[in-house]
Each structure stands twice: as structure tokens, then as C-alpha cells.
Design a protein around this ligand. Structure first.
Ligand code: NAG
Ligand code: NAG
Ligand code: NAG
Ligand code: NAG
Length: 218
């Protein structure tokens, strides 16, 4: 269950006190599930003061606006196993009198969204509170792990009845409902083909196309 990358970084971390437990940088590779012409990388595009949308750009990744990190909560110091889920983080560069500093921004699904839609864009706001819980498969082995796919972590409520389950809310599951959708973001000022989450199929926005996201270590 443990990747080379995580092992190496976790081993390094045991010798030092880190402000965050983090791996990366990564590119976010976007490939179409049905439309195979979709093959590109995510980029952070301006959508307001210190706010960015996660936008699709075709072709190879190029530059720091396409570099992301994976922050996780903890790991096992003996085995190096990383405990997921974590957050995808973009480092917003800020120019100041002392040069460039970076503000970490965790990927989140827009929660101040369009209530007439079942589509919400993936966004970055300053800080890491409120980031979407992300699991990704970085195993070197076979199966789902080999492709580094990114999932959001949630609870399957499709079996709920009107009785409160004694065992509590049930296990976390991987969900994948990533789409590319043309839409306004940032309060309406910016029109982009955004990486988006569709809460229920089919998406109300007819431009949405299903995609897979994968974290590729740079
Ligand atoms: C990468 O970005 C730089 C700066 O915007 C640009 O000059 C260069 O042509 C780009 N390279 C590719 C391969 O797109
Ligand atoms: C990083 O992981 C270690 C080991 O689980 C944990 O003790 C530490 O609190 C974590 N650090 C942060 C900043 O989360
Ligand atoms: C810039 O660096 C100087 C010297 O370290 C420090 O006194 C000053 O507060 C810094 N300014 C900002 C805006 O961080
Ligand atoms: C990666 O694996 C998942 C789970 O098996 C699968 O749904 C997805 O289509 C795969 N993605 C790619 C790009 O192969």
C-alpha cells in the first residue's frame, strides 16, 4: 500500500520537524473518460483576490501555476505508511518587498455555488481549512493504484433508511465525479473550462465531460 515516493519523504520527515507532512510537487493529469481527445493538465487561473479556479489546459504542463502538493495528516514513523485522505495544495505566490512568499491553498469544491445547478467548480481559497478530502493511489503495483487517480473521500448514503444505524455513518468510500465544464466562477467574473465536481448524474450543465484526474510526481 506504500509507494516509493511516500516512503522516501516519510523517512526524511522522521529526522526533522516539518510544518506540514507533504509530498510533491505534482502535475494533475486530466484525461477524458469518454472524449479521448481530452489530454492535458490542470492549472490555477485567477478568479478573484487570492482565489483561483482549477482549469483545464490541453497539452503538456508548463510552469508553476500547474504544480501542486499533497498534504496529509500523519504517517506511521515505523513503516512510513501515509494515512490518507489529505489535501491537494497550491502555493499562491505573493510578491512583496522581501521577494516572493507563498500562501498554501487547499483544493476545495465550491460551496458558495450555483444552487440551481448540480455542478460545482474546484477552487482554491487561502488556507488549508475546508479543503476537499482527497485520496489518491500512488502504489507502484497493479490495479487502480497504478494510474495515480484522484478521488474525493465521502460516505455512501445510498443504503440509508429512516432508522439511525447503530454502527454510525459507515466507512469512507472513494468517489469520482470529476468533469470539465464551461462555467462562470469567482462570483461571475471569469468564464473557464473548469475542473468540476458533479453531485448527481447527469450534470445539469450540458458542456460537462467526465474526466479522470491523476497526480504525477514531477
Ligand atoms: C511555457 O511557458 C513559457 C512562459 O509562459 C512560454 O514562453 C513557453 O513557450 C511555454 N512552453 C511550452 C512548451 O508551452
Ligand atoms: C506529521 O506526521 C507525524 C507522524 O504521524 C505527526 O506526528 C505530525 O503531527 C504530523 N505533522 C503535521 C504538521 O501534521
Ligand atoms: C522584510 O524584511 C525585513 C528584514 O528582515 C523585515 O524587517 C520586514 O518586516 C519585512 N517586511 C515584510 C513586509 O515582511
Ligand atoms: C484509474 O483507475 C480507476 C480505478 O480502477 C479507473 O476508474 C480509472 O478509469 C483509471 N484511470 C485511467 C486514466 O486509467
Amino acid at each position: 500500500m506504500l509507494s516509493k515516493h511516500f516512503t522516501a519523504l516519510a523517512a526524511f520527515a522522521t529526522g526533522a520537524v516539518l510544518a506540514v507532512n507533504q509530498t510533491g510537487p505534482y502535475h494533475i493529469h486530466i484525461t477524458g473518460k469518454t472524449d479521448k481527445s481530452i489530454d492535458g493538465y490542470a492549472a490555477s487561473y485567477h478568479a478573484g483576490a487570492a482565489i483561483e479556479a482549477l482549469v483545464y489546459v490541453s497539452g503538456p504542463a508548463n510552469g508553476t501555476s500547474q504544480e501542486y502538493y499533497y498534504d496529509y495528516q500523519s504517517y506511521n514513523p515505523e513503516t512510513g505508511e501515509v494515512f490518507q485522505p489529505g489535501y491537494i495544495v497550491w502555493q499562491l505566490p505573493l510578491s512583496g518587498v522581501n521577494g516572493t512568499t507563498y500562501v498554501p491553498e487547499a483544493l476545495t469544491i465550491e460551496s458558495r455555488g450555483n444552487w440551481a445547478s448540480n455542478v460545482a467548480p474546484a477552487m482554491f481559497y487561502p488556507g488549508t481549512d475546508g479543503g476537499a478530502a482527497v485520496r489518491f493511489y500512488d502504489d507502484e503495483g497493479a490495479g487502480a493504484g497504478a494510474n495515480h487517480s484522484v478521488y474525493l473521500t465521502g460516505r455512501d448514503d445510498s443504503g440509508y433508511t429512516d432508522q439511525r444505524p447503530e454502527q454510525g455513518p459507515g466507512p469512507l468510500v472513494d468517489a469520482t465525479n470529476w468533469h470539465l465544464c464551461y462555467q462562470y466562477v469567482g462570483g461571475g467574473g471569469y468564464w473557464y473550462q473548469t475542473v468540476s465536481w458533479v453531485f448527481a448524474l447527469p450534470p445539469s450543465n450540458p458542456t460537462c465531460l467526465p474526466v479522470n484526474l491523476a497526480l504525477e510526481l514531477i
